[in-house]
Design a protein around this ligand. Structure first.
Ligand code: NAD
Length: 303
């Protein structure tokens, strides 16, 4: 089996490439290394093509003969999309269109990465896929447009495809300096350096933290079974933990109290986020998510 992973040198992409290689899949990674790192792929046998998803010929060429294309390449940052909405649109929307066209030409199955950000500010929990989306950033609008393109290609051209809305993914290969500014690596790296953990607000804000190993299990299963779905699917399992929960778990894991410094709550931060995992569990009944405590332990060991 041959699979193209766009953004395969990034955090989720490199974890997926590793899992696919472990399962005996031939992997081609297409990545421009704008936020990814070559070293994320050290020690595994993948073909790395240093090209942009906006390079039509390169995308067409990589996808030729592929069974599946997992499209993870993106400018994965809300602040960056506010600073430069055009660039965010080019990569996240036009780039997706290029990948869909290449997959269509190659008759390949496609998996597209979207984001829980498409739900916007609605306080309703859990976020179920039927809810109306209300994007509140150019990044979220771009992800919603990318989803919509993928599903329209499925409808118009019978392109087999699956669209996943990732929530807060964390785990090995994720660095605290990354523009997605994920809280889990920031906390772990600060704790290990003996620095205070920076919390915006009271720490009671909560997220559906999802271990990258579980995400990758779903994506690999999706590719190997060529799973298609006519609607987007949340890729999270419906658990919700506050930042204070996270700090308590980390303190227990490291066997010491952690210093915390509170900053004013950030304008625009969503207070709570939790997925409905019903559709996901229906489509991927064999995937068992790694519980938060075990997942944190594996992440700390990697650091
Ligand atoms: P990442 O930044 O580690 O990975 C993105 C990869 O895409 C990088 O390797 C980067 O170099 C590559 N890339 C960017 N622009 C490119 C271009 N024009 N051409 C080719 N490659 C390009 O981020 P990640 O966390 O691994 O995110 C993967 C996907 O998941 C993204 O689509 C992101 O929007 C989505 N997502 C991630 C999260 C999360 O919690 N990490 C949450 C929601 C959605």
């Amino acid at each position: 089996m041959k699979v193209v992973v766009t953004g395969g040198a990034g955090f989720i992409g490199a974890n997926l490439s590793r899992e696919l290689v472990r399962r005996g899949v031939d992997v081609i990674v297409l990545d421009d290394l704008s936020t990814g790192r070559k070293s994320n792929l050290d020690g595994i046998d993948v073909e790395l093509r240093l090209r942009s998803v906006l390079d039509r010929d390169a995308v067409m060429d990589a996808c030729r003969g592929a069974d599946s294309v997992v499209h993870l390449a993106a400018v994965p940052s809300v602040p960056r999309s506010l600073r430069d909405p055009r660039h965010s649109h080019d990569v996240n929307v036009t780039g997706t269109l290029e990948v869909l066209e290449a997959a269509r030409a190659a008759d390949a199955h496609v998996v597209v990465a979207s984001s829980s950000s498409v739900y916007g500010r609605s306080p309703v929990l859990p976020k179920s896929e039927e809810m109306a989306c209300q994007p509140v950033s150019p990044y979220a609008s771009g992800k919603l447009a990318a989803e919509s393109y993928a599903l329209s290609f499925q409808h118009c051209f019978d392109l087999p495809c699956a669209v996943f809305r990732f929530f807060n993914v964390f785990g090995p290969l994720q660095l605290p300096a990354h523009p997605y500014a994920a809280v889990v690596p920031s906390f772990i790296w600060a704790a290990l350096r003996g620095e205070p953990l920076e919390v915006f607000g009271d720490g009671e804000q909560s997220r559906d933290f999802t271990f990258v190993g579980s995400v990758v299990d779903v994506l690999a299963d999706c590719v190997t079974r060529t799973v298609s779905c006519a609607h987007p699917v949340n890729l999270a399992f419906g658990t919700r933990n506050s930042l204070n929960d996270l700090i308590a778990l980390l303190a227990a894991l490291l066997g010491r109290e952690l210093d915390v410094v509170h900053r004013p709550a950030r304008n625009g931060d969503v207070r709570h986020s939790q997925a409905s995992g019903k559709a996901l569990r229906g489509l991927f009944p064999s995937v068992q998510p790694v519980p938060l405590e075990a997942a944190l332990c594996r992440t700390v060991k990697w650091v």
